[in-house]
Design a protein around this ligand. Structure first.
Ligand code: SAH
Length: 361
């Protein structure tokens, strides 16, 4: 057993099986043993890589998209915030790419919401010289116009998982079996929160909810609805949660999420519909496949421009990065982007308006 598994087993012995969301939160953020709390998972020896780490083009295009949205809303004094900034690469690329946007660097301050002390240090190093402040939660963001961005943040927030049984639901909980932690199911019970899912699920279907995402979206919505701004959220997932998407990555490979708590990265697909509903006071764009968004923002021209100065291995690496970000078999369609703006405000460039169904493009 890992040290964290032993600690959780003692807790379960005292107070009974844990919700999956409590288990996930401990595995990721326990101050002594949590996955994010103790390491930089994006480092050279890390378990995964993300769009901003693959190529500077991602942050440059997202940065210009946000800056154009800021110009479209009158270029106010504003907060530019990122949740879960990892190594700070996306924000550093945004900040560099927006240098030429008149007034942007004078009127915008940077706000980073980060739980991990290890990653906060990495972000501070990347953003040296920029007007940046760190916060524990979105509630600490200034009451001001807000441009908000998050890449692969919501997939790291703890989920609850339910299996439909008749008109009730059995919740996945974590208990102890012999020397191991193992998942189990509660007896079926009706659940008000999932009443609206009875219409589109059948017996045995699995539905996931992300309770921690709701207050985050509400805090963002309040500021953007009251003062202006926009949110751009990129992650893997879809418009409607259905099926088991809880997964563990350890040493670059899929792993049993209950085998080595604290040593694996645990994630779940993001339910973008739930994010849009939690920010009900804002209008949502269509859910854009990442490849389509980056193409609409001009990644082809940017990739060609950068390729001009490159040759040999560097050129090959650049071309592979372009493919990885945009291609349907890579991140191009699994990853999605959603924009939220005050009702009546223009969507950020690159984003298509929601269809009548309000779902995917
Ligand atoms: N956005 C980055 C990193 C993604 S990894 C990138 O694209 O490279 C997830 C990030 O979210 C990490 O920075 C992690 O420490 C942070 N994080 C996870 N849960 C969090 C929480 N509850 N509050 C704040 N930050 C959190």
């Amino acid at each position: 057993m890992t040290a964290l598994a032993a600690l959780l087993a003692r807790r379960i012995a005292v107070s009974g099986p844990m919700r999956l969301s409590d288990y996930m939160a401990e595995c990721l953020l326990n101050p002594l043993h949590g996955y994010y709390a103790t390491r930089d998972p994006l480092g050279a020896a890390g378990d995964f890589t993300t769009a901003p780490e693959i190529s500077q083009m991602f942050g440059e295009l997202i940065g210009l998209c946000l800056a154009q949205s800021w110009l479209d809303q009158g270029a106010p004094r504003a907060a530019l915030a990122e949740a879960g900034p990892g190594r700070g690469t996306l924000m550093a690329d945004i900040w560099r790419a927006t240098r030429g946007v008149p007034g942007f660097h004078e009127r915008v301050t940077l706000h980073l919401i980060e739980a991990s002390p290890v990653l906060r240090a990495a972000q501070a190093a990347r953003l040296a010289g920029a007007p940046a402040t760190w916060h524990d939660s979105v509630d600490a963001l200034p009451d001001a116009p807000l441009w908000f961005v998050a890449n692969e943040f919501f997939d790291a927030l703890p989920i609850r998982q339910f299996h439909r049984a008749g008109d009730g639901w059995r919740e996945v909980v974590v208990g102890v079996q012999g020397e191991r932690l193992a998942p189990g199911l509660t007896p079926p019970a009706p659940l008000a929160d999932l009443a609206h899912r009875l219409a589109d699920t059948r017996d045995g279907d699995i539905v996931e909810t992300c309770p921690a995402a709701r207050p985050v979206m509400q805090a963002i919505q309040q500021r953007i609805a009251a003062h202006g701004g926009a949110a751009v959220i990129v992650d893997y997932g879809g418009w409607h949660s259905l099926g088991d998407t809880f997964q563990a990555i350890e040493d670059h490979a899929f792993a049993d999420p209950f085998a080595n708590p604290g040593r694996a990265d645990l994630t779940a697909h993001v339910d973008f519909e739930a994010l849009a509903l939690a920010a009900g006071g804002l209008s949502a764009s269509a859910l854009m496949p990442q490849g389509a968004l980056l193409r609409a923002l001009g990644i082809d021209a940017r990739a060609q421009r950068l390729a001009r100065g490159l040759g040999g291995a560097a050129l090959e690496q650049h071309q592979a990065a372009y493919r990885r970000l945009t291609h349907a078999q890579e991140m191009g369609t699994l990853f999605k982007a959603l924009a939220l703006v005050p009702p009546g405000a223009p969507l950020p460039p690159g984003f298509a308006p929601a269809t009548a169904k309000g779902s995917e493009t």
